[in-house]
Write a protein that binds this ligand. Sequence first.
Ligand SMILES: CC(C)(COP(=O)(O)OP(=O)(O)OC[C@H]1O[C@@H](n2cnc3c(N)ncnc32)[C@H](O)[C@@H]1OP(=O)(O)O)[C@@H](O)C(=O)NCCC(=O)NCCS
Length: 173
Amino acid sequence: MALLQGLALGAVSEVVIRPAGPADLWFLERMLCWAAGWRSDELDESLLAEAAVSRYVDGWGRPGDFALIAETSAGGESVGAAWYRLFGAQEDSYGFVDKKTPEVTIGVEPGHRGGGIGRALLEALARSARANGYSTLSLSVEEENPALRLYERVGFERRSQGGRACTLVLLLD
Ligand SMILES: CC(C)(COP(=O)(O)OP(=O)(O)OC[C@H]1O[C@@H](n2cnc3c(N)ncnc32)[C@H](O)[C@@H]1OP(=O)(O)O)[C@@H](O)C(=O)NCCC(=O)NCCS
């Protein structure tokens, strides 16, 4: 499997980014729980029982689904993932913009945050989306989530506001 990127991250071990395969679904579910439960220091796998959460991975492998895994180059340990999925308007996903704009989900294991893995995943995901013919990516983030700063640094712009969350869009050149 092609390695898309090698990242030397100082205190963090070197990480490579690779496309996800069917065997990575468990890890996408795990990262989804971190993303949905971002306020907590404890992983809450019960969140997968909520349809509003599980819709980001249910039936993984449908047309348009694409995911990247960040793993340590030394041990091949998965430490982060970012992916996108297309939704229809009737599915009522949090960051829905239109049927042609895949929605992004991202999570990094707590012990590996703050070292550039999230940014590398988002940039690689944007390159993949562009190569796959998409013009935009979207996501939903709560105002208090520090991830909002990362998204804006990568180039996501505010599209709409709904309560405590906002929808961001990245234009792919
Ligand atoms: C958001 C997240 C994927 C970023 O990955 P990362 O590897 O930590 O990101 P980077 O090191 O490339 O960038 C650092 C930035 O990430 C964000 N960040 C750092 N720690 C974070 C944390 N614990 N929670 C949320 N965002 C965090 C901040 O914007 C930070 O920038 P800052 O230094 O200006 O505050 C990761 O922190 C995470 O999994 N957080 C919890 C899950 C989550 O919030 N997912 C997004 C839901 S919309």
